[in-house]
Design a protein around this ligand. Sequence first.
Ligand SMILES: [Cu+2]
Length: 246
Amino acid sequence: MTQALWNFGRDCQRHDELVRSVVRNPGSLGTWTTLACLVTAMGCSVVQAGDLIVSLSDRAGKPVPEVAITAASLAARPATRSTPPEPAIMDQRKLAFVPQLLVVGVGADVQFPNNDTVSHQVYSFSPAKRFQLPLYKGAQHRPVNFDKAGLVVLGCNIHDQMVGYIYVTDAGYYGKSDAQGTLHLSNLPAGDYTLTWWSPYIADAPEKMTETVHVAEHEPVSVQVQLSRDLRARPEPGARQTDWSY
Ligand SMILES: [Cu+2]
């Protein structure tokens, strides 16, 4: 019962299921009454929101900006989003993708306007999204929908040096580190989260790029991550096969 209440506190969406399972349990009427009283008295208010502040630094302690950071609740069931994720823009300027790394939620539409003086032919062969936008300038193509989690590596058929990344995540909370290497995520329900970070310049082993963190009620939780290997040299030489598993 303690466990059930604890789970209930972590994810109030499960409370119907929990009540049903308690009702089905013979001889648990007293327990059920206790739970029902709690449901009535507190509703979902037992789940308090907290803030998670993640700071990334390199081996020398310098901040690492432009890192994709996600926090996925360990309590949440597979994502069923009530609202579509924010649409985004992957621009093309001066023979480069801008931004080089974009982080979006699964189901997001991304526009690829070409604001360069030359035409581009944007493509990706990544398993999470294979697509091609025939040679174009301006904003003549419809947005591309990213319906599967994973890393999408972008290229241009004309300009080999153009490499961009769209990190598509099904985590509930995500963003990129700022110039101070920091990302501030707000209003996370209290509970345990899988925190992950990724950038084409981070050379740490994938298993070192994740950890479990506990978000407490009321007070912000601060996580300091120091990378264990030197960053890769810029510019990024190209997509690595191992990136595609993200
Ligand atoms: Cu191009």
